[in-house]
Write a protein that binds this ligand. Structure first.
Ligand SMILES: [Zn+2]
Length: 56
């Protein structure tokens, strides 16, 4: 079942993904990227990824 994935920081809906799948999401509001596993509530226990590949 697809669940809406929300930003762990601000709650912005970002995408839909399968429960238990690994997702990488980027929030346009926070400008942050998170990586985590989708749980049954559609939330992601996410770790902010370091933006060390930022160019410029
Ligand atoms: Zn956000």
């Amino acid at each position: 079942m697809l669940k809406f994935i929300t930003c762990p920081q601000c709650g912005q809906k970002l995408c839909r993904a399968e429960i238990g799948s690994k997702v990488v999401i980027t929030c346009p509001k926070c400008k942050s990227t998170y990586e985590g596993i989708v749980d049954k509530d559609g939330s992601v226990h996410a770790l902010p990824l370091a933006n060390d590949q930022k160019v410029g």
